[in-house]
Design a binder for this molecule. Sequence first.
Ligand code: SF4
Ligand code: SF4
Length: 213
Amino acid sequence: MSSVFEETERKYPGSASTVARNWERLIRDRTEASVPCNGCNACCRSKTLQAQVRGDELERFPDAVWNDNTNSYVLKKNDDGSCTRLVDGKCSVYADRPKSCSGYDCRFHLLAGVIPDGNDPVMQEAVLQWDVLAIKSRGDAEILAAYRLAANDGGAPSTVGDAEVKSARWREFLSPVRMHMQSMSLNECREMYRDADEEARRSVADAAAASAR
Ligand code: SF4
Ligand code: SF4
């Protein structure tokens, strides 16, 4: 686990506004995600993520089973939690994979400021492989602030699904965010988010170290 906490190991995720706009497109248009995965296959190995299968995809996946939690059909998993279509580390149905797979972007966690807990170490490591989102402009800082506020509205999100639903309302938070941040310089905005994200990573690292003892 320790290597994912090293600064030098992290991948560049893009700017906050780029990732946010990708997310909006995924939710609105159900397009294919464009994520620089670079050989990662964590979301296919996660115990908690399920590949959901829509009604019009059932013909391609007749062995999909109904899941009450996701209220959808899902692909079966192996005993270790990985997807049954993952073969030798690669998706064996990649060109025809369900939309829920092609439309998945784990960088949503960076926007919402949610790091998976120790119940899903595979996805925890996957999220920690990214550096914090780049803030290149005031627009980046404002969008990130609005996402975080929306995701935390009514209390910190208890699940990623909860964070997704809440943070879809991020535009509602842009005006108050702009008012609040107008006295801050861009550098102060960057430092504020880097400090907050590094603190969240330290907490996760401490929890991982404590559970390993
Ligand atoms: S967890 Fe993220 S980086 Fe890894 S394969 Fe899935 S989308 Fe790509
Ligand atoms: S169908 Fe393919 S992309 Fe989707 S979870 Fe399974 S292995 Fe991964």
